[in-house]
Structure formats: C-alpha cells, structure tokens
Design a protein around this ligand. Structure first.
Ligand SMILES: [Zn+2]
Length: 372
C-alpha cells in the first residue's frame, strides 16, 4: 500500500459493531455479509480511515495515539482491503477524467464491489466506454438496449434498421416521441441517444437484412453485437448474425423478436463457450420433432400481437445486465451464463430452457484452433 495513498471505507459497504467485539460488514450490492472479531485498536483504525488521511498519516496516528506498530497497522489495512472493506480514494487520473468519474460514480462504486478497488471499477467503466456495439433492430427491445447502454457509458454505437416509427410504438418504445412518427427508427433513436450523451459516437445504417446484405464488414468492426431484428424473421437474422460472430469470435446477444413469447430473456452467446444460435435451433428441432402443426381454421386475420412497454423493458434490461457483466468482466460469464428464459407476467415465473452446447454443432461444435 503506497504511503501517499488516501484510503476510505468503501461506499458500497455498511459496517456496524456488535457487542464491541464483532465488526459486521454488509456488502450492499452483492448482499453478502461477513463478521470479523475486532479489538479496540482495530476500531480506532477504522475511525481513522476517513477518506482524507494518507496511509502514512494513518500509520503515524495509530503508533503515536494508540501504540500500534506500523507493521501491525499495515497488516490490518491489507486485510481490510483484501476483504473489500476499504479502498483508495480516486481522483482524476489517466484512465478517466474527473468529470466522467462524477458522471459514472454510482456505477463505478457498484463495479468496485465485485472487482475489488474503485480503480478496478474505473477500469471496468473504461471497458464499456471503449467498446463498439452494433445493435441490429431498433424497435422496443433494441431501442431500449441502446438507451440503457449509452446511459451506462457505451460511447460507440452502430444502429441497423430499415423501419419507420408508427403510432402504435407509443406504448412500446421508450424512445418514442410524437414527432418521430413516420421518421426512420435509426435517426430518431440516434437523436434520443445524443440527448443522453451528446458526446456519444452513434452511426446509423438504414438497410433491410436481406440474404445478400453484407453485415460481416459491419460486424467485424464491433466488440459486441446485439440482434433484435425480427424482419424478415428473428430466426433468420439470428442465424445469419450468430454464424458471422462465431466465425470472428465476437460475443453477441440475441434478444427481441419476441412476438411469440413476449418477455423472453434472450441469450448471451460467447463463441465456442455457450450454445450458439444453431445449437438452439437443433434443440428446438429435437424437442418439437413429434409436434404436427394443424391447419389454421382462419384464412386471414389481423396479427398485431399485443405487448406492453414493461415487457420489452424487462427483456432489454435483462439483456443489458448480461451484456454489461460480460464487457466489464464483473462476473466470469464463461462459467455463469444463462440459457434463454421466459418471464410470465401473470404468475411472475421465470423459466429457463434446458439447452446444451452441441458438440456436433456445425457452427460452434469444433473450435477452429482444433482444426487440423
Ligand atoms: Zn452451436
């Protein structure tokens, strides 16, 4: 621990003394609790760590006022830091300006509880800010994901959609404004993103996803890809995008296109680690092999399937949490990724599918480094 470093109790922990003998520590973000047997000197040390004094000043006070030698103070402070109870006070430094630290301080505090120090929290914030993310589909789910990612600090976004805003988007799109009706979705969404962060670099691609559309050139520019494009249909766009992403080892999230299942969580796909879109397709082919669709009795019908803004917000928020966890490295998603789930509002149940990565999958079954 550097002598000149200023230390403080982390903003994300609450500490209490129980019977003057136990220090109870509550980690507010992860909901963990720990207790430590403490003596009077340790309590004095915690009282001295006030976010203003340097390590050298704290060590000196502990020695002169309480008779604790410097090695003992240093060991206890190391223990407090290892247990994520104290952290160094962050000031403007190379990674992020003071203005940006203030803007994202709550997120940084949140990240730091999982990662350790607030400096690591800043590094996580920087990863978000340096990422380039493409969002295919700017509807209810894609639009909400874009807004939440820019709020989280993602500065480089590419929006891909051909559609225009319609009056019925009022009840589903968080970025809907009356004056946007008839306007391109990408342009209106870009306008809203720039209202959140005028420094964001937002590029728009107004195209249909056709078989001949070259999205590979676009995808190769990205660090992360989100697909919510449901035209011509989600199965087609997801398959096309996932194949390219797996080929270039780009992590991606398949979300949206949820007309048939309104509050799906979607799924994070880490190439060669999680099941890819083809693995999901194989799974459904297998579980539905005995299902014989019946002819529909009605020849033509009105098929605007219902939905609430809350439903698309649920899906987009779930997706954003997973995306942010992955990009920041907050959680080792390779070990704790989730398979697609579906949230049902009427009984508040969340049920996950049982899809496994298929070792025979033609897309992700064999790691390319294993190829002869
Ligand atoms: Zn696969």
């Amino acid at each position: 621990m550097n002598e000149k470093t200023v230390m403080k109790i982390k903003d994300s922990v609450d500490i209490f003394l129980s019977n003057e003998r136990y220090l109870m520590v509550y980690y507010m973000n992860s909901r963990q609790r720990k207790s430590f047997r403490v003596n009077a000197e340790m309590v004095h040390l915690l009282e001295t760590i006030d976010g203003e004094k340097t390590v050298a000043e704290i060590t000196s006070i502990m020695a002169e006022k309480w008779g604790v030698d410097s090695e003992c103070t240093s060991q206890i402070m190391d223990m407090l830091q290892e247990n994520r109870i104290i952290t160094e006070v962050i000031a403007q430094q190379d990674m992020l300006s003071e203005k940006l630290i203030k803007r994202y301080v709550r997120q940084i505090n949140y990240f730091s509880e999982f990662l350790g120090s607030e400096l690591e929290g800043i590094a996580a914030q920087k990863k978000l800010m340096d990422s380039t993310i493409i969002i295919f589909g700017c509807g209810a789910v894609g639009g909400n994901i874009a807004m939440q990612l820019v709020m989280a600090g993602v500065c480089h976004i590419i929006l891909f959609d051909y559609g225009r805003n319609e009056p019925c988007d009022a009840s589903r799109h968080m970025y809907f404004r009356k004056q946007y009706i008839g306007m391109n979705k990408v342009d209106s969404l870009k306008a809203e993103l720039l209202r959140i962060d005028s420094d964001a670099d937002v590029r728009c691609v107004m195209e249909w996803m056709k078989p001949e559309t070259d999205v590979e050139t676009l995808i190769k520019r990205a660090d992360f890809v989100v697909n919510t494009l449901d035209e011509p249909y989600i199965g087609y766009t997801a398959s096309k995008i996932s194949r390219i992403c797996v080929k270039h080892r780009i992590p991606h999230y398949i979300a949206g296109g949820f007309d048939a299942h309104l509050a799906s969580t979607g799924e994070l796909i880490i190439p060669y680690v999680t099941p890819c879109v083809e693995c999901y397709t194989t799974h459904f082919r297998e579980v539905l092999k005995d299902w014989k669709p019946k002819k529909h009795p009605v020849e033509s019908r009105y098929t605007e399937i219902g939905g609430l803004a809350s439903m698309s917000l649920f899906s987009s928020s779930y997706a954003c949490i997973e995306i942010i966890k992955y990009i920041t490295g907050l959680v080792q998603m390779e070990d704790s990724y989730k398979i697609r789930g579906e949230f049902l509002f009427h009984d508040m149940s969340l049920t996950y599918l049982n899809v496994k990565k298929n070792s025979e999958c033609p897309i992700c079954g064999r790691c390319e480094k294993d190829e002869p």
